[in-house]
Design a protein around this ligand. Structure first.
Ligand SMILES: *Cc1c(COP(=O)(O)O)cnc(C)c1O
Length: 383
């Protein structure tokens, strides 16, 4: 903690770790204790208790996550959605208005469109690139702007620098869901975002065995979000903290492999005659490739593509592959395939999906850490 580690590989291992090590333990022990002996704390939020997000297992994660994104502070939560909803309900209250990117993670989209009205919060969708149109949607009560670093499942990259500039000019709090790139590839605080949100279920934990979330950003905002979470109760249990901590240590080696492997797989797919389109920000053919290069250190492990021959051909490909698992979610060590029309975006009508560019035959791949060569062989056979 006292040391100033420079590179993310080193921070993942050493930032936030207790000094001296507890009883000499090289690995941070699990403090599976709900309450702690009263130590003279004067504020409710300082009393040591699991729900108040301040046990030793929380503290080490908070310091490590803040260090990873070069931000002031961080908070872990019981899921990505707990981080997103708690952060939004912290910066927005009854009577407020927010601008949100039009293509959002399904759970966030539902929360905005179905639950905001109950809280007296209004919103407008914004197009990721139509910066001039954002101004027209501003209202006197607009408080925040909410975007995602890469969209699911088309991997679009919004004009994130304009989002920050627009937020500063108009006194809005800027929030970004940074799950897809992970801190290894993108650190929103370095670009001026106020709050970065994560589903740690995905790359940060990386092993498909827990659900967790995080909010990372400006100190006073993270403190407010923490107090809100202390009331709402979406706390990460110490054992899940321990697993997240263990998983995170290998983020850099996993992500480095996934960045490289996914680019090779995307290039293979793009050159295959049976494939009609590949969406991956690392490809030169991606409409925002230059922007992605400027923003991101790598392009992450998510891609989507279309096979000629529609739904039947897509389904045949999914059935014929042998290595990937047909499952939703992403960011783990196993390669996963899904058709968003039947999973993440099945709640939407086919017309709404088509409007966003998500066809029923689109296949999304979360590339794991298997051999790139074997994955390509498997895909080639299946195509
Ligand atoms: C999975 C995901 C979430 C939600 O996270 P949970 O941990 O499932 O609650 C939010 N945003 C993005 C981009 C995700 O992929």
């Amino acid at each position: 903690m006292s040391q100033n580690y420079k590179q993310i590989e080193t921070k993942l291992i050493h930032s936030g770790e207790p000094e001296p090590r507890i009883q000499g333990a090289v690995s941070m022990p699990v403090f599976q204790s709900a309450n702690f002996v009263y130590g003279g704390e004067e504020r409710y939020h300082d009393i040591k208790y699991i729900r108040l997000n301040n046990t030793p297992n929380h503290a080490v994660l908070h310091q490590k996550l803040a260090a990873l994104e070069n931000a002031d502070a961080a908070l872990v939560t019981s899921s990505g959605m707990a981080a997103i909803t708690t952060a939004l309900l912290t910066v927005l209250s009854s009577g407020d208005h927010v601008l949100v990117q039009d293509c959002l993670y399904g759970g966030t989209h539902d929360f905005v469109t179905k639950d905001f009205a109950d809280f007296g919060i209004t919103y407008d969708f914004i197009d990721r690139d139509d910066v001039d149109a954002w101004k027209n949607k501003l209202r006197p009560n607009t408080k925040a702007i909410y975007v995602e670093s890469m969209t699911n499942p088309l991997l679009q990259v919004a004009d994130l620098q304009s989002v920050v500039r627009f937020a500063k000019e108009n006194d809005l709090i800027s929030l970004i869901d940074n799950t897809f790139p992970s801190p290894y590839n993108f650190r929103p605080a370095e670009w001026g975002f106020d709050v970065s949100l994560h589903s740690c279920t995905k790359y940060l934990n990386g092993h498909s065995d827990i659900v967790a979330g995080a909010a990372i950003g400006r100190g006073e905002l993270i403190e407010k979000i923490t107090h809100k979470l202390n009331h709402l109760g979406g706390t990460l249990d110490p054992h899940a903290c321990f697993l997240l901590h263990r998983g995170m240590k290998t983020l850099a080696v996993r992500m480095k492999h996934q960045n490289e492997s996914t680019l090779k797989i995307a290039q293979f797919l793009e050159s295959h005659p049976a494939v009609s389109a590949v969406n991956y920000p690392g490809l030169e053919s991606h409409p925002r490739h230059q922007r992605a290069r400027e923003l991101f250190d790598g392009f992450s492990g998510m891609l989507s593509f279309e096979i000629k021959g529609g739904i039947e051909a897509a389904q045949r490909f999914m059935d014929r592959t042998t290595l990937p698992i047909n499952a939703p979610s992403l960011g783990g060590v196993e390669t996963l395939l899904t058709r968003p029309a039947t999973t993440s975006h099945s709640g939407m009508s086919a017309e709404d999906r088509a409007e966003l560019g998500i066809t029923d035959s689109l296949i999304r791949v979360s590339v794991g850490i298997e051999s790139t060569e074997e994955l390509i062989e498997d895909f080639e056979r299946a195509l």
